[in-house]
Design a protein around this ligand. Structure first.
Ligand code: AHR
Length: 312
């Protein structure tokens, strides 16, 4: 009877249908932390057994994690690639093992046949939206811009730079006078902004900051304040992600605009995988998420309220 009860109890437990490995970059930003939280929630909702690996910003760790998932025979792999190059070999290994790989939020330089699909925003467009906002905001006034780039070699750093440059091209009053990586982190954003301020007459020569993500902008805002200037007024601040802290800064008048990136890349990824697992339905190679501009006119405090409990 005892054995029968155990068997019945085991049978009564919901069986997890599929196992998915998630090779995450790390937790460099609020946005990244939210993506991790949302991915875990989306997996749980669908009864997917999610194996999570945090690569601490290192590509070699991500490659090891992917190889580990292949060895375990998972049903799919989610990969948020820290940089764009160097993925061919491990993607080929996954393909040979017939394990579909879905890219999340960043792109790779590898052949498209090596992954099932990529879920993300149009990263060039995001930079473009930020640049167009600045062009409109400054009008004909001269404006020296400093730029905080994301992780060197990552697709958002490359594409967001390009998109912004395209938007300001032909507007000779707007010039990027300094550009350096802040590695998508708050600490580095602050540190690099301090060096920009020092080099540019305590910041008097700077009209605007363009940061490839909000976390670097938040760090830079602190540096601007410590230099005795008013962020949002003396130095305009435009960035990307739409994390709660940037809306707090916008509500305080210390940041001007952000381009929102949804942290829910996993929802569309799991939907595509479900169709693929069912009958090998091939999704489009790129599943694009929305990019929306928010400015101080969009009631930043109210937007903050909608985001504050979402795992950022
Ligand atoms: O790839 C998306 C970027 O990576 C986000 O904008 C940034 O915050 C993150 O670290």
């Amino acid at each position: 009877t005892a054995a029968l009860a155990t068997t019945t109890a085991l049978l009564a437990q919901p069986t997890l249908a599929e196992t998915v490995g998630f090779a995450q970059i790390g937790s460099e930003s609020g946005w990244r932390a939210a993506e991790t939280t949302v991915t875990k929630q989306e997996a749980e909702k669908r009864g997917i057994d999610l194996k999570f690996a945090d690569a601490q910003q290192k590509q070699e760790n991500q490659i090891k994690a992917v190889k580990g998932f292949i060895a375990q025979g998972v049903d799919a792999i989610l990969l948020a690639p820290v940089v764009a190059t160097g993925w061919d070999e491990v993607l080929k290994e996954a393909q040979e093992a017939e394990i579909p790989v879905v890219l999340l939020d960043r792109m790779v330089d590898s052949d498209k046949s090596l992954y099932l699909t990529a879920v993300g925003s149009d990263l060039v467009h995001e930079g473009n939206v930020a640049g167009e906002w600045l062009v409109k905001d400054v009008g004909d006034k001269p404006c020296n811009v400093v730029e905080l780039q994301g992780t060197t070699g990552s697709s958002p750093a490359i594409d967001r730079k390009k998109g912004f440059e395209d938007a300001i091209a032909g507007h000779d009053n707007i010039k990027i006078i300094r550009s350096q990586t802040g590695d998508f982190t708050r600490t580095k954003g602050k540190e690099v902004m301090e060096s920009f301020l020092k080099a540019e007459d305590g910041g008097k020569n700077i009209c605007a900051l363009y940061a490839h993500n909000d976390d670097m902008a938040v760090g830079a805002i602190q540096a601007i304040k410590e230099a005795g200037l008013k962020p949002g007024t003396d130095i305009k601040v435009v960035s990307i992600d739409g994390v709660p802290d940037i809306f707090t800064a916008m509500a305080a008048g210390e940041a001007n605009a952000t381009v929102e990136l949804t942290p829910n890349m996993a929802g569309p990824a799991f939907d595509a995988l479900a169709a693929y697992w069912k009958d090998k339905t091939e999704p489009p190679k790129f599943i694009q998420t929305e990019s929306k501009l928010f400015t101080q006119a969009d009631d930043p405090q109210a937007v903050y309220e909608t985001k504050k409990d979402l795992g950022y």
